[in-house]
Design a protein around this ligand. Structure first.
Ligand code: XCC
Ligand code: SF4
Length: 650
């Protein structure tokens, strides 16, 4: 069997090739010694990837297919229906965008439902940030005068839900948050979304056999998906989650697999939506006394992926793992339950859990895993679900096999919670009337050369953290301010770019600024990488850029700002990237976006405004940069930053 496996598999990577993180290496070795397979092993087993699919040249849109075509070779140049490589690649990209946009839109909608039920007194949540509620309501032009908190919250929730139902006009959240100068371009192109569900349905139908065959038109469809993602997903979710759970403020947390506590009952919360996990934190406190009765010293909640980010941003809950190493949290042998909601949940966690006492608990009716326990989550019964989950974890403690427990040591302390509101609270200590002015001045005089959002995931095929950390360090060295979200933020926390140790990575002027601002914030320094939250919180960097652009009265595309997604695995990251590009922000992707089968598609996305033909850069002022080498990628991003500085005359 082993020999057969070698032939199929090719090269099995050593733990040191898979991750730089010694804890991940250690746990991977433990997993392998126990015969437990993880995503890293499966990435090796499936290393030989289909050349058609990788290039975007495999079409499964109808039952005449699948059609696999070879535009420049000896094989067929068109599918049975006559679709050529440009159409196929543009369609397959749009397919990816639909997945991303739908995922985030559904996240937004679920939070909106929860807010509505809260406002109607049907769900056991409270409005934690009334100030933000009022600001959002005003931004949406809703009446607040003489209304109760719940009345305003209900109006905001209904305005949010309308973004999934409107039959004409423009999404409320675009009217509210969309940057005017970008909006003009979208309106002129006729790509501004009306409502999320309508646009997603339209995109699905245009992508079907016999639908849209024009590659450029399909690419504009992808941009619409970017806007759906950005406004009905990111902005809407961040706004409503801030209203329900509080707008993040500077907070400390620990990062690494070492945050699991051998003496306590450990519960990992994993996925994206904080609706249930916030309740689990609450119930873990309420039921702490029960943990003592089974011989544990308490209950320890740890975060994985973006549910982890949501909890660490607002509650300082420690984070254990990013996406690619999620299974290793179970391999510690000390995890009583892993509770999952939606997105980025590997089905493989169940196989690993079966080697331990860990109970995998799914919670959403549309996200289940065979073999896992399902405790259904509805906002109305959030307390019941959270209570049941915590009680299950407490019961599971007795089944833990202490002989199997291996928890690495040494967690990194990190600072997070940098919402735009928090950043402005700090800079307002320099300029109370215009809180953004100190940042703008620093950008103008070159203290800050540019701003980069290092975002996205970790990917089991890529050496873990290396791309994310290298891009960030290269940019910091050159005085580029880093904001970060998602699993990329986990990488940066792990490598000490979220505490004052990371100052050594910064250029002199950036370092001086972080020290100055840090003191105003009551910290030794602001961390070099400002953690803005989960993936839906990619609304926050855009809000920051929007506000800066407004102050300067320029389009966002004029700002020396870039995005970088060095290690992504997720369609959602491509959709977020497209949303950034639609605002004129260049976006780097470090993994293959599977568009190489069409020169036209690749050129349109990656070409410059000076190039012939239509390009993203020419239309929106931001383009896609595909580069797998993180050092080279950072150099290209710096060039683009300098180009924009020069055009701005700063
Ligand atoms: Fe998923 Fe958001 Fe990517 Fe992490 S960063 S792997 S999308 S959890 Ni969103
Ligand atoms: Fe083949 Fe065209 Fe059908 Fe795609 S839509 S599978 S290219 S016939």
């Amino acid at each position: 069997k082993e020999r057969g496996r070698e032939i199929l598999v090719g090269k099995i990577r050593e733990p040191e090739e898979i991750s730089n993180d010694t804890q991940v290496q250690q746990m991977l070795a433990v997993a392998r010694s126990r015969g437990i397979e993880t995503a890293f092993d499966r990435a090796d087993q499936t290393a030989a990837r289909c050349p058609f699919g990788s290039a975007g040249l495999c079409c499964r849109s109808c039952l005449e297919g699948p059609c696999r075509i070879v535009p420049n070779g000896s094989g067929p140049r068109r599918g049975v229906c006559g679709a050529d490589a440009d159409t196929l690649v543009a369609r397959s990209l749009l397919n990816t965008m639909i997945q991303g946009a739908a995922g985030h839109a559904e996240h937004g909608r679920e939070v909106a439902e929860a807010l509505l039920k809260t406002a109607e007194g049907k769900a056991p949540y409270v409005i934690r940030d009334v100030g933000k509620l009022m600001r959002v309501a005003k931004g949406l032009n809703l009446e607040t005068e003489g209304k109760s908190i719940n009345e305003v919250a209900k109006a905001v929730a209904l305005a949010a839900l309308e973004d999934f139902q409107k039959h004409e006009g423009v999404m409320n959240w675009i009217e509210y948050r969309g940057h005017q100068k970008s909006r003009e371009i979208w309106d002129k192109l006729g790509i501004t979304p009306v409502n999320a569900h309508l646009e997603i349905a339209k995109a699905v139908t245009r992508n079907a056999m016999g639908g849209d065959a024009d590659p450029l038109n399909l690419l504009l469809g992808s941009v619409t998906m970017g806007l759906v993602d950005g406004y009905s997903g990111l902005h809407l979710s961040s706004d409503l989650q801030d209203i329900l759970f509080g707008t993040p403020k500077a907070v400390k947390f620990n990062y690494s697999l070492a945050v699991l506590d051998e003496k306590k009952i450990n519960i990992a919360v994993h996925g994206h939506i904080p609706l249930l996990s916030e309740k689990i934190v609450e119930w873990a406190q309420i039921l702490e006394h029960k943990a003592l009765t089974v011989g544990a010293e308490g209950i320890n909640i740890v975060g994985v992926c973006c549910t982890g980010n949501e909890l660490l941003m607002r509650q300082g809950v420690h984070a254990a793992s990013s996406f690619s190493s999620q299974e290793l949290v179970i391999v510690t042998g000390a995890l009583e339950a892993m509770v999952v909601d939606i997105q980025c949940i590997m089905p493989g966690i169940q196989q690993v859990a079966e080697c331990y006492h860990t109970e995998i608990i799914t919670t959403m009716p549309h996200v289940k895993i065979p073999g896992a326990t399902h405790v259904n989550f509805e906002p109305e019964y959030a307390d019941d679900a959270a209570r049941e989950i915590v009680e299950r974890a407490i019961r599971n403690f007795a089944k833990r096999d202490q002989a199997k427990v291996v928890i690495p040591t040494g967690a990194v302390e990190a600072h997070a919670g940098f919402s735009v509101e928090q950043i402005c609270e700090v800079t307002a200590k320099i300029n109370a009337d215009k809180p953004l002015q100190p940042l703008i001045d620093a950008i103008k005089d070159g203290t800050i050369r540019g701003v980069a959002a290092v975002i996205g995931c970790t990917n089991p095929r890529e050496p873990q953290d290396i791309g994310n950390v290298t891009v960030a360090r290269e940019l910091l060295k050159n005085n580029v301010l880093i904001v970060t979200t998602g699993c990329a933020a986990h990488s940066l926390a792990k490598y000490r770019l979220m505490n004052e140790d990371g100052l050594e990575a910064c250029g002199d002027s950036l370092k001086a600024m972080l020290l100055q601002l840090g003191q105003l914030a009551g910290l030794p320094a602001l961390p070099p990488a400002l953690h803005m939250g989960s993936c839906v919180d990619n609304s926050r960097p855009l809000d920051l850029l929007s506000a800066i652009a407004d102050e300067l009265d320029v389009p966002i595309s004029s700002l020396p700002a870039v995005g970088s997604c060095p290690e992504t695995h997720s369609p959602k990251a491509l959709t977020i990237g497209t949303y950034f590009m639609a605002h004129g922000v260049d976006v780097h992707v470090g993994v293959d976006p599977q568009i190489s089968g069409s020169n036209l598609v690749a050129r349109t996305l990656t070409g410059s405004r000076e190039d012939q033909g239509i390009t993203m850069d020419g239309l929106f002022g931001g383009k896609l940069i595909v580069e797998s080498d993180p050092v080279r990628a950072a150099a290209i991003l710096l060039e683009r930053i300098d180009m924009k500085r020069e055009a701005l005359g700063i």
